[in-house]
Structures are given as structure tokens and as C-alpha cells.
Design a protein around this ligand. Structure first.
Ligand SMILES: CC(C)(COP(=O)(O)OP(=O)(O)OC[C@H]1O[C@@H](n2cnc3c(N)ncnc32)[C@H](O)[C@@H]1O)[C@@H](O)C(=O)NCCC(=O)NCCS
Ligand SMILES: Nc1ncnc2c1ncn2[C@@H]1O[C@H](COP(=O)(O)OP(=O)(O)OP(=O)(O)O)[C@@H](O)[C@H]1O
Length: 289
């Protein structure tokens, strides 16, 4: 598979980005997060709202891919896609009546969509991730100077959150979530459980500013520790691991904390997994013809 033109690249990547957001929302039961069963620690969000928000972002991801199509990373590209991303945030806020359903997800999937559109399909996803990170490292002169939850968490705890994750090369995608998804599938567990295990691995390692903002350091330490205990007890497919997952969910609800950053990175993992699976199918087709 190769892109025939920018429009096709936009349509394909835009579709995969929206599908990844919907797949993340559909996965259940997610600790502290919105899913079809419950709204976790989110009093203002529902599953239907998350799906409507995801659908409203199709055009945003399409435009980011079209603007990035086979270009080189530079500051101009960074500023162009940032403007499209901010417009996407405004659309999301319009559709949700002012509720932040996908701000962090627009950031990570926007950068990865751009990174993917800079290459022809079939490139190693690690190169796409590296390109996305390179783009994130360029300065954006038009970034609004207004306080956010992220800036207040940085001032309080020195944690760089979503921006730091991107600028440092998305280590939690490369070292944690993608390998865990593959490893869980290799153990033969069902696809939803493999995805859930990738999410738990993210929660166990990520300094999630969503959790820090709502519950401070005690909530972050609790979430990491309880997620690690799930993995140490055989993962979510084992009875003890499952019991510990329920415990993590309960503790997140009690602290009113939610691992939104991990949820965003799970959606990013599913997006990259989709790109990689097409690569694999292509290789197979190539080998057998
Ligand atoms: C970098 C962003 C997320 C703003 O950061 P800030 O920390 O100030 O925002 P805020 O705290 O409100 O939201 C951050 C969100 O990131 C997610 N998150 C939290 N911690 C992490 C983490 N460690 N790693 C990844 N994501 C995380 C959560 O969903 C959280 O809600 C982004 O919105 C931004 O700068 N956008 C500008 C437009 C742009 O440049 N877009 C580029 C391509 S679309
Ligand atoms: N399934 C999900 N459920 C809840 N949040 C999610 C989910 N998937 C991704 N997220 C991420 O979590 C973030 C929302 O978290 P949160 O509600 O804590 O943020 P906020 O609105 O900035 O904070 P607060 O609600 O405390 O004012 C979104 O930016 C989104 O990207």
C-alpha cells in the first residue's frame, strides 16, 4: 500500500485515528475511565459523549494528515498542525458543551497522524513515532499563554505530562504499551484483555497529570502501585489480577482520579497497531505473489 495523494492519506489516517478513539472508549471495564458500563470518575462525561466527540474529530485528523503529507518536520509544520489541533479542541468543546473529552488525545494522535503522513505506509512505526516527536520538539510561537491543568501540575510537581512524553520520543508507547500488547496477544488471551493489559501497564508507569491534578501524589502513587500489582499477579486474565483490577478501579473512584493520559496513550497504541497490521499484510501479500 502507498498513498496515492494527500486526500487519500488524510481519509485513511483520519479514519484510523477516529477508530482508535472509539476502540479505546469501547474497551471495558477500564479503571476510573468512561466506558460503555460506567463513567468512572467522570461526573460530566458519558460513553455516548465520548463517541460523539471522537466522530467530530475526523476532519481535524484528516486536515493534519493532508497538511503533513510527505513533508519534512520543521517549525512551520509544527505551527500549522498546532493551529488545526487547537481548532479541533474548539470543535470538541462545541460538541460536548464545554467538556474536555479528548484534549490529550488530540495532541498525541494529532502528532502521530502527522508523523505517519510524513512517511509512505510500510515504514517502521518506530520511525513514525520518532518523526512525531521531532515535530513536537519545534517551538510553537502561537501557543496561548493561559494556565492549564498541565501548567499547574508542572508548577506543583515538575511533571511535564503530555508535552514531555512527546518531546522525549513517546517512551511509554515504545517501551511499555506496544510491547505489552504484543506480549499479551502472544500469551493467547482475548483481544479486549490484551488491550486492557496494555492500559494497566501504562497506568503502572506513566506520570499522568490527569491523576496528579485531581488526586495529587498519593493518588498517582496508589494507581501505579495497584496497576503493578495486577501485572505481578499474572495480569488481567488471571483471577487474582482481575481482583486487583477491581481494587484499582475502586481506589480511583474513591480518590475521584482518572488515568486520562494512559487512556490517550492506549488510543495511540491502537492507532499504531492498525498502521503496523497493514504493513504486515502488505509484506505477506508481497511474499506470496
Ligand atoms: C500539550 C497539550 C496536551 C497541552 O498540555 P497541558 O498539559 O497544558 O494540558 P492539560 O493538562 O489541560 O491536558 C493534558 C492532557 O494530556 C493527557 N496526559 C496527562 N499526562 C500525560 C502523560 N504523562 N503523557 C501523555 N499524556 C498525558 C491527559 O489526557 C491530560 O488531560 C496540548 O493540548 C497542546 O499544547 N495543544 C496545542 C495544539 C498543538 O500543538 N497540537 C499539536 C498537534 S494536534
Ligand atoms: N475513556 C476516557 N475517559 C475519561 N477520560 C479520557 C478517556 N479517554 C481519554 N481521556 C482523556 O482524559 C482527559 C480528561 O480528563 P479530565 O476530565 O481529568 O480532564 P479535565 O477536564 O482537564 O479535568 P477536570 O475534569 O478535573 O476539570 C481528556 O483530555 C482525554 O484525552
Amino acid at each position: 500500500m502507498t498513498w496515492n495523494n494527500a486526500k487519500e492519506c488524510g481519509e485513511v489516517l483520519g479514519n484510523w485515528a477516529v477508530q482508535a478513539l472509539i476502540a479505546e472508549a469501547e474497551l471495558s471495564p477500564k479503571p476510573g475511565l468512561v466506558d460503555p458500563e460506567d463513567t468512572g470518575s467522570h461526573a460530566d462525561m458519558t460513553f455516548d459523549l465520548l463517541v460523539a466527540s471522537a466522530a467530530s474529530l475526523r476532519e481535524t485528523f484528516e486536515s493534519i494528515a493532508e497538511a503533513s503529507y510527505l513533508r519534512e518536520p520543521d517549525q512551520q509544520l509544527r505551527e500549522e498542525i498546532a493551529a488545526i489541533g487547537r481548532q479541533g479542541e474548539r470543535k470538541m468543546m462545541h460538541v460536548t458543551g464545554g467538556i474536555n473529552t479528548h484534549k490529550g488525545a488530540i495532541w498525541v494522535l494529532g502528532l502521530l497522524t502527522s508523523g505517519a503522513a510524513l512517511h509512505q505506509p510500510g515504514q517502521d512505526v518506530k520511525r513514525m513515532i520518532q518523526t512525531a516527536s521531532e515535530i513536537a520538539c519545534y517551538p510553537d510561537r502561537y501557543i496561548p499563554d493561559i494556565p492549564t491543568h498541565g501548567s499547574s501540575v508542572f508548577a506543583r510537581f515538575g511533571v511535564k505530562g503530555a508535552r514531555g512524553e512527546a518531546e522525549s520520543g513517546f517512551p511509554h508507547l515504545i517501551k511499555i504499551a506496544l510491547p505489552k500488547l504484543v506480549q499479551a496477544r502472544e500469551r493467547g488471551i482475548s483481544e479486549p484483555l490484551a488491550r486492557l493489559e496494555a492500559l494497566v501497564a501504562l497506568i503502572a508507569h506513566l506520570d499522568d497529570t490527569c491523576i496528579l491534578h485531581r488526586g495529587g501524589l498519593p493518588a498517582l502513587q496508589m494507581a501505579k502501585q495497584k496497576a503493578k500489582a495486577i501485572l505481578e499477579n499474572g495480569g488481567v486474565s488471571m483471577a487474582e489480577g482481575w481482583r486487583k483490577l477491581e481494587e484499582l478501579n475502586q481506589s480511583l473512584l474513591e480518590s475521584n482520579a482518572s488515568p486520562g493520559g494512559s487512556a490517550d496513550l492506549l488510543a495511540a497504541t491502537l492507532f499504531l497497531d492498525q498502521i503496523e497490521s497493514v504493513h504486515y499484510v502488505d509484506k505477506k501479500v508481497f511474499l506470496t505473489t
